[in-house]
Design a protein around this ligand. Structure first.
Ligand code: SF4
Ligand code: SF4
Length: 191
């Protein structure tokens, strides 16, 4: 069982995360089943178990700068493996809000730009066009050869075709309409 020993402000951090996420993190057993199946856990990205340990210990800055929730792809693997049903997506959303409110910069400098380009592609074509999205990101960040080695490996494995850049420009109007509706709803409009 975890016992908080930090300053009051650190203890409050745990309560804020629990309140916002609706997840009782105090039930976490630190069993590590979540991180064992997490596709983004690596040497650089600790994974959900460590992130929860930081929150439980009141390590506000470490948790808000932990790249796990910035990189989280919401695959749900951790949730299906968790014996106490902790929903990491809700925890990641709560941390994202708290980081924004606290003016904490993302661990990956241009992550918001990537998100924007990713969503623009989905809005326009109904799915992400990997090559175009990454090419646009590399051009804007002035790093044209970034991750080219990975692109070659993915192409060899058939994950996407280099011809994608030349074809498939048809717009998906249905998906564009969904985006427009969501935008109007979040701005307080009515349908
Ligand atoms: S699987 Fe659940 S209980 Fe185990 S460490 Fe992860 S969040 Fe905690
Ligand atoms: S939902 Fe996020 S934290 Fe959980 S396994 Fe998937 S990538 Fe990892």
């Amino acid at each position: 069982m975890f016992r908080l020993t930090g300053a009051l402000s650190e203890q409050e951090f745990l309560h804020h995360v629990v309140q916002r996420s609706g997840q009782n993190l105090l039930e976490c057993l630190q069993c590590g089943k979540c991180t064992g199946g997490c596709p983004i856990a690596s040497e650089k990205v600790s994974g959900p178990r460590r992130l929860i340990a930081e929150i439980l210990s009141g390590m506000r800055n470490e948790a808000l700068k932990n790249p796990t929730w910035w990189y989280c792809v919401s695959c749900g693997t951790c949730m299906t493996r968790c014996p106490v049903d902790i929903n990491m997506y809700q925890v990641a959303t709560a941390l994202c809000e708290l980081a924004q409110e606290g003016g904490i910069a993302p661990s990956e400098r241009d992550i918001h730009l990537f998100e924007e380009l990713f969503l623009k592609s989905v809005e326009k074509y109904g799915r992400v066009k990997e090559l175009r999205t990454v090419a646009a990101y590399n051009v804007i960040t002035k790093n044209p050869l970034k991750d080219m080695d990975k692109a070659v490996t993915l192409m060899r494995k058939g994950a996407f075709s280099p011809l994608e850049i030349l074809s498939g420009w048809a717009k998906d109007r249905k998906v564009s309409r969904i985006f427009a509706l969501a935008r109007r709803t979040s701005e307080g409009g009515h349908e």
